[in-house]
Design a protein around this ligand. Sequence first.
Ligand code: CMP
Length: 134
Amino acid sequence: MEKTFLMIKPEAVRERKQGEIIDLLLKNRFDIVRMKQFSFNRTQASDFYSIHKEKPFFEGLIVYITSGPVIGLELEKEGAIKLLRQLVGATDPAEARPGTVRYMYGTSLQMNAVHASDSAPSAEKELAIVFSED
Ligand code: CMP
């Protein structure tokens, strides 16, 4: 079964939207293998988002993602990576289609409610960072 990773970001946790987002995952038949609430430190966050190191929004992204607890979920489903990206929607909530997580819960390009792995190697890397200490 294909594995992927979803993270519910700080503002969505702060706004108490985590229950609705997890319910949507279950209704879409994703199996939850592992799930935990935690806070990123700067080192972990920089490693997690290392692909964006040179981007102008990197520093803001690290400040944002370390601003409060997030929830990491290891998910399993046939075709999980692609199906989860479809359910999550476009990075910019303003461009996300109705019915997608970011359309419903995203508030800006940065505060877009969730992160979903974009490939099998990313999922592997992200799961290793988030669940390494367990
Ligand atoms: P995510 O899917 O987690 O991947 C990288 C994150 O960086 C993205 O969601 C947004 O939260 C943020 N991001 C991407 N592009 C921009 C941008 N142009 N300005 C600010 N934040 C961005």
